[in-house]
Design a protein around this ligand. Structure first.
Ligand SMILES: C[S@@+](CC[C@H](N)C(=O)[O-])C[C@H]1O[C@@H](n2cnc3c(N)ncnc32)[C@H](O)[C@@H]1O
Length: 196
């Protein structure tokens, strides 16, 4: 099945949209062949709104960053160092454009299949709206291998629709983390994964 990130042959049609988060206006350039090309995805907004932004700092990973919404928005409110990874080159190109457009500087965008290019780097927070359409193996790899990339006692947050298997995902990772559903909105669950 063709995926939105198999985009090498799709004609480009860059567009720009604006969105408001915590009374701050953001502009994003988007294109054919990237996730949620017309607007900030609803699940991503639910995820962002559920995060404990006021407590967050340190090293933060935006996993499956698309055209950069999560790290670009968070970097306006959090004094942290962000890495953001994706496999979609077109999305990563947009990330660099969006970084300049929104005047943020503390984000490194990296082409990486999951954690492959991050070596042993560890984070205070890993944040993801995982790529359901990439399949269960990739999604579970992202969720399970987060454990190896979190500093001791820090956290993974992800959003998943109930009908995309949120409860099964929680069960699958329960041998690795404690989990808490911190928000449920219109069928989207935001899940915090943490250690004892
Ligand atoms: C649901 S989208 C979320 C995008 C963005 N974070 C947002 O919230 O709008 C998931 C992203 O994961 C990326 N992705 C798919 N497979 C991946 C992989 N193996 N490693 C890293 N990123 C991947 C996709 O290209 C896509 O941009």
């Amino acid at each position: 099945m063709a995926q939105y990130f198999d985009n090498a042959n799709l004609p480009s049609n860059i567009k720009e949209f604006e969105t408001i988060f915590l009374n701050t206006k953001f502009s994003f350039k988007s294109d054919n062949g990237v996730f949620s090309k017309d607007k900030l995805d609803f699940g991503t907004r639910v995820l962002l709104e559920a995060l404990p932004i006021n407590e967050m700092n340190g090293d933060i990973l935006d996993l499956g960053c698309g055209y950069g919404v999560v790290s670009i928005i968070l970097s306006k409110f959090i004094d942290g160092n962000f890495d953001a990874v994706d496999v979609n080159r077109r999305a990563l190109h947009l990330c660099e454009i969006n970084k300049k457009l929104n005047k943020v500087s503390n984000i490194n965008f990296i082409e990486s299949n999951c954690y492959d290019e991050l070596n042993d780097k560890k984070y205070n927070y890993i944040i993801t709206n995982p790529p359901i359409r990439a399949g269960k193996d990739i999604v579970y790899k992202m969720l399970r291998e987060a454990k190896n990339h979190l500093k001791p006692n820090w956290q993974l947050y992800f959003v998943m629709r109930k009908d995309h298997g949120a409860k099964t995902a929680i069960k699958d990772i329960s041998d690795l983390y404690k989990t808490e559903v911190i928000c449920k909105e219109k069928g989207f669950f935001v899940i915090k994964c943490f250690f004892d």
